[in-house]
Design a binder for this molecule. Structure first.
Ligand code: FMN
Ligand code: SF4
Length: 492
């Protein structure tokens, strides 16, 4: 992963945990309305893909166990990982693309409700993504996959020669020469792997996205409501289809690209389609970026406009992330697909402990605060969720006290210690296992390996082995150990 050149090392802040009484009086542990429902506290576990599903995208026993473990900590809300809305094989990514998934998803909702004593609300993140392929082997690409055109023959002075002869000549070139013969797109397909963009409107499926996506999202949301979820989070963030429509790099000429008003058109149409098929008390919100952190990309000015559009349209919450784009991703190894969290934009999405003068904690607070302030100045009271490097009570409480956000997301901190919420609420903050922001978990995600945390995945194996389910490599426990309550901290 990209790291800031300053390479300053940070350790998580570990002070000022509240007593049970202080926690009870805090904003963080006060309730908040999200649409027509109430969260019991202003804490939120943002979507995290843990690679616990199977090739059919089903809710497996491992998926249930994973979310049960988070629910035991009783956060205000859990957003289930990015879940595919198209009925296509997508590896072990959870799917909601057909009615056959409703039973499994119902079990998932019931599991979280039961384990949290009904304290935790459950949303599911709905995702669409475009085709991306692995980086090919050079010779295989040139000998088999590349479509030979007149441009290649002309560049090589081989007009009239067979495609096989052109291919043989291409293979013999060094990379510098090859790059001058291939088009920019062909070179990218070879060097990074084939990747579709929303601007590839010469491909019919891509041209038709504005016609197809609203009903795909709407059908998925209807299933989510049937399965008993409290709501859905439309995934308009990071490197995926809807974020690409919002992106300043979207220059489609069909009314869905170019100006910010045209780029937000499909996300609004998707939202309206979802609203049409769900009841008014079903929560519908979205996650999008305060800043794409790459060029050409949307920045805070665009996000201000999008936020106002989404809030005015009636969205029940706005959740903010930043970065996480393919555009600045590192070149993958041969046989691997590009991963959108390897460049600077990826760093801004999941900052690690090796950072710059600002540090890895709360890098999105400022932009979210500006956006929230704009909404309030326009009389829009849509709750805003911020995340990124949040791990202490004081950090979160300060954000709320200053009116910088309404709800605080803890992603990796909840992975490091799913009991954070119960510990801090009960006056046991000193027992929290703090996330180191090592991004070991993110490294596993990149390899599509079952995500675990280095703080706990090798612990207690000898004593609890018989009861512990292990990762498929047999080395790591799949779930954080159970917390045994100690005495609460004495009152200050
Ligand atoms: C393993 C892993 C998987 C993630 N999967 C998703 C996802 O499915 N959808 C999403 O919007 N963000 C995803 N994220 C990003 C997190 O939701 C969050 O925005 C990010 O980790 C920064 O917050 P944090 O500092 O609290 O971890 C993922 C992060 C991790 C570490
Ligand atoms: S592996 Fe654990 S400690 Fe490291 S970043 Fe992930 S959650 Fe935090």
């Amino acid at each position: 992963m990209w790291k800031p050149p300053e390479r300053i090392k940070y350790t998580p802040i570990n002070d000022d945990w509240p007593t049970r009484e202080d926690a009870a009086a805090s904003q963080l542990f006060s309730s908040v309305a999200v649409g027509s429902i109430n969260l019991s506290q202003r804490t939120w576990v943002p979507a995290m893909v843990p690679w616990r599903s199977n090739e059919d995208g089903e809710v497996t026993a491992d998926v249930l166990d994973w979310y049960r473990r988070f629910a035991i900590g009783k956060p205000g809300a859990i957003v289930i990982e990015a879940t595919g809305i198209r009925d296509l094989p997508s590896g072990p990514l959870l799917r909601i693309s057909d009615d056959r998934y409703i039973d499994g998803l119902t079990k998932l909702v019931d599991t979280i409700r039961y384990a949290s004593d009904g304290q935790t609300k459950v949303f599911i993140q709905l995702i669409d993504f475009l085709t991306i392929r692995r980086r090919p082997d050079r010779n295989k690409y040139l000998e088999r996959f590349l479509g030979i055109t007149d441009n290649h023959a002309i560049a090589l002075g081989l007009q009239g020669e067979s495609a096989a002869a052109v291919r043989a000549n291409l293979v013999a070139l060094d990379d510098v020469q090859l790059q001058t013969v291939l088009s920019e797109k062909e070179w990218e397909d070879l060097a990074f792997g084939y990747r579709e963009r929303v601007t590839d409107t010469h491909i019919d499926d891509i041209a038709q996205l504005p016609n197809r996506l609203p009903s795909l999202f709407a059908d998925a949301a209807r299933r989510a409501e049937q399965a008993g979820f409290d709501g859905v989070e439309l995934h308009y963030a990071h490197a995926y289809t809807m974020a690409s429509f919002l992106s300043a790099s979207n220059v489609r000429e069909d009314g869905y690209g170019g100006s910010a008003a045209s780029r937000v058109r499909l996300p609004l149409e998707v939202y309206r389609a979802v609203r049409e098929v769900t009841n008014r008390d079903f929560v519908v919100g979205c996650r999008f970026l305060t800043d794409e952190i790459c060029s050409p990309g949307s920045g805070v000015q665009d996000a201000l406009f999008f936020a106002e559009e989404f809030a005015s349209a009636g969205m029940d919450f706005l959740s903010f992330s930043r970065g996480g784009k393919f555009d600045d991703a590192k070149q993958p190894k041969i046989g691997w697909a590009a991963y959108p969290y390897t460049g600077q934009s990826g760093y801004e999405c999941m900052p690690s402990f090796i950072s710059d003068d600002f540090g890895p904690y709360g890098r999105n607070i400022g932009p979210v605060a500006v956006i929230r302030q704009r909404l309030r100045s326009k009389g829009l009271d849509t709750p805003c969720v911020m995340a990124g490097g949040m791990h202490t009570f004081r950090q979160a409480e300060t954000v709320l006290e200053r009116g910088q956000a309404d709800i605080v997301g803890f992603a990796r901190q909840a992975l490091a210690d799913p009991d954070w919420f119960e510990k801090v609420r009960g006056g046991f903050g000193g027992q929290v296992a703090l996330c180191r922001y090592s991004n070991y978990c993110e490294g596993l995600d990149q390899k599509h390996k079952q995500v675990t945390c280095e703080l706990w995945d090798r612990s207690g194996l000898d004593t609890e082995e018989a009861k512990v389910s292990m990762s498929s490599d047999g080395k790591r426990r799949l779930l954080a150990p159970i917390w045994h309550r100690g005495a609460p901290m004495p009152d200050a």
